[in-house]
Design a binder for this molecule. Structure first.
Ligand code: NAP
Length: 462
C-alpha cells in the first residue's frame, strides 16, 4: 500500500487527492488530507465571495472527492507549527504533498500602510467569510463614507462588490451574522478601485468585472483622463482576449451616462481609476483619511513610471488587494523571492536536489495565480511525478497509524464526521436566524460543534 498525506484541503489538495485515487498505475493508495482548520475546502470556503454561489457550489464536487473510501479528512492539525513537521510526516506516510496555498497578503511598502482603517483585502475577505482567525471587528464601516481599494485583480473586484452591495443582497448567503450587521450599518457610499497600470493591463477577469455594472444599488464610473493614457485601450486589437474583453467593458462604462446621472437613485458609486500608484496613506484623527497617489504613465515596456503629479482620494477605509504571497512552512525549503517551494515538476528540491517523498501543488508550487480550475492540471503534474517514484517510496516502513500517532502526541484531529457535525450546526444556526446555513466564525464554536461526534481516541496499538 502507498500511504500519502496531502497537506491542505483547498482545491489544489482535493484535486491532488482525486488524481491519486483515480489513477490505475498504483492500485492500493490511501490518502489522508490534512488541514490546519477543522473545516475542509480552503479558499472555496474562506475566499470565494459569499455572493458567488455558483463557484461556492464547487464545494459539492470537492465533498464527493473527500467522501471517497480511499481518502480520509484529518482537520485541526497544523503541519510544521503546532502539529507534526515535514520530517515526522515522512515517518507516517510514504509521500507528502504540500498544497498549503499562499496564506499572506502582499504589502505596499508605503508610509501610513498600518494606520487604523487600512487593512489587507485578505483580512476583509476572511472576516466576511467567517474565517476563525479573522479578527472580530467591524472595520469601522459605520463611520466610513469613502473606501479605496488598491489593486485591480479579482480580489479587488470581490471586496469592491461586497462594499457596494446592500446587506439585504447578502442576506441569502452564508455571511456570518456579525459581518452582515456591520455591512448593514455601513456608511460607505463611494468605492474607488485603483490600478497603477491601465485597464488593458488589469488582472481581473471579464465576468467578474462586468458584475460590478450589474449591481442593483450601485453605479460604475470611469475617469476618461485615465483611459487616454493606455495605448491598449486606444487600440485593443493586439491584446490577449481577456484584456480585450475587459477593455470592451470599460469602454461601455466610459460611453455611458456620467456618474451622477448613472447613479440616479442608486445609493453607492464605484469609481474605477487607473494609472495611479499609491505613495502614502494620509492620517486624520488617528485613522486613515485619504490615499495619496502619484499619476503614472506607461514606460513602453509593460510597466509604468511616475510623473511627479499627485492626487489624493478621500478614504476612511483602505483595502490593499495587491496579491497574496506564500509563507515558509517550518522544515520545508522556501524561495523567498518567489514565495514558493522550489520544485521540479512538483518534486520538492532541497538545495537543488530532489527530496524523496516530498511534493508540492497549487499556489505554494506555482505562486498565487490562476482560477480554481488551474489547480487541476497542476495537481496532475505533481501526481504523475509521485506515481513515477511510487515503487521506490512504498518500500519504506512507516512508524504507525497516523491518526493514532497524532492523538498520542496530544492532537485533537477532526475527522469527516466532525466536519459533518459542523455543517449541521451551521444549518441549525441559520434556521435560528431565519437564514440559510450561516457559518460559525470562531474556533471554539467550530471545535465544540465537531466534538459532538468526535470519535473517542483509539487505544494505542499494543
Ligand atoms: P492579482 O490578480 O495578482 O492582482 C493584484 C493587483 O494588485 C494587480 O492589479 C497589481 O497590479 C496590483 N498591485 C500589486 N502590487 C502593487 C503595488 N505595490 N501597488 C499598487 N498595485 C499593486 O491578485 P489577486 O487579486 O489577489 O488574485 C489572486 C488570484 O486569485 C488571481 O489569480 C485571481 O484571478 C484569483 N481570484 C479569482 C477570483 C474569481 O475567479 N472570482 C476571485 C478572487 C481571486 P500590477 O498588475 O501592475 O502588478
Amino acid at each position: 500500500m502507498l500511504r500519502v498525506a496531502v497537506v491542505g484541503s483547498g482545491p489544489s489538495g482535493v484535486y491532488t487527492a482525486q488524481a491519486l485515487v483515480q489513477q490505475s498505475l498504483v492500485p492500493d493508495v490511501r490518502v489522508d488530507v490534512l488541514d490546519r482548520l477543522p473545516t475542509p475546502y480552503g479558499l472555496v470556503r474562506y475566499g470565494v465571495a459569499p455572493d458567488h454561489e455558483k463557484i461556492k457550489s464547487l464545494q459539492n464536487n470537492l465533498r464527493t472527492v473527500l467522501e471517497d473510501e480511499h481518502i480520509g479528512f484529518i482537520g485541526n492539525i497544523e503541519v510544521g507549527a503546532t502539529g507534526p513537521g515535514p520530517a515526522q510526516l515522512l515517518e507516517l506516510y510514504h509521500a507528502v504533498v504540500y498544497c498549503v496555498g499562499a496564506a499572506r497578503d502582499r504589502r505596499l511598502g508605503v508610509p501610513g500602510e498600518d494606520l487604523p482603517g487600512s487593512c489587507s483585502a485578505t483580512d476583509f475577505v476572511s472576516w466576511y467569510s467567517a474565517h476563525p482567525d479573522a479578527a472580530a471587528e467591524d472595520f469601522a464601516l459605520g463611520g466610513a463614507r469613502s473606501a479605496v481599494v488598491i489593486g485591480v485583480g479579482n480580489v479587488a473586484v470581490d471586496v469592491t462588490r461586497i462594499l457596494a452591495r446592500g446587506a439585504a443582497e447578502l442576506l441569502p448567503t452564508d455571511v456570518p451574522h456579525a459581518a452582515l450587521d456591520a455591512l448593514a450599518q455601513s456608511g460607505v457610499r463611494e468605492v474607488h478601485m485603483v490600478g497603477r497600470r491601465g485597464p488593458s493591463q488589469a488582472k481581473f477577469t471579464t465576468k467578474e468585472l462586468r458584475e460590478l455594472g450589474g449591481l442593483p444599488d450601485a453605479a460604475v464610473s470611469v475617469e476618461p483622463s485615465d483611459l487616454g493614457l493606455d495605448p491598449g485601450y486606444a487600440d485593443p486589437s493586439g491584446l490577449p482576449a481577456v484584456n480585450r474583453r475587459n477593455v470592451d467593458v470599460v469602454r461601455g462604462w466610459a460611453a455611458g451616462p456620467s456618474a451622477p446621472d448613472a447613479a440616479g437613485e442608486r445609493s453607492r458609486r464605484i469609481h474605477l481609476r487607473f494609472f495611479l500608484r499609491p505613495v502614502e496613506l494620509l492620517e486624520g484623527d488617528g485613522r486613515v483619511a485619504a490615499v495619496r497617489f502619484e499619476r503614472t504613465v506607461p514606460d513602453g515596456s509593460g510597466g509604468v513610471r511616475g510623473t511627479g503629479t499627485y492626487e489624493e482620494i478621500e478614504a476612511q477605509l483602505v483595502l490593499r488587494a495587491v496579491g497574496y504571497r506564500g509563507v515558509p512552512l517550518e522544515g520545508l525549503p522556501f524561495d523567498t523571492a518567489r514565495g514558493t517551494v522550489p520544485h521540479e515538476a512538483g518534486r520538492v528540491l532541497r538545495d537543488g536536489v530532489r527530496s524523496p517523498g516530498e511534493y508540492v501543488a497549487g499556489w505554494i508550487k506555482r505562486g498565487p495565480t490562476g482560477v480554481i480550475g488551474t489547480n487541476r492540471p497542476c495537481a496532475k503534474e505533481t501526481v504523475t511525478s509521485l506515481l513515477a517514484d511510487a515503487a521506490e517510496l512504498s518500500t519504506r516502513r512507516l512508524a504507525g497509524e497516523p491518526l493514532e500517532v497524532l492523538r498520542e502526541l496530544g492532537h485533537r484531529p477532526v475527522e469527516w464526521p466532525g466536519w459533518e457535525a459542523i455543517e449541521e450546526a451551521e444549518a441549525a444556526l441559520g434556521r435560528s436566524l431565519g437564514r440559510r446555513s450561516v457559518k460559525i466564525a470562531d474556533w471554539a464554536g467550530l471545535l465544540e460543534a465537531a466534538a459532538g461526534v468526535e470519535s473517542a481516541p483509539k487505544e494505542p496499538a499494543a
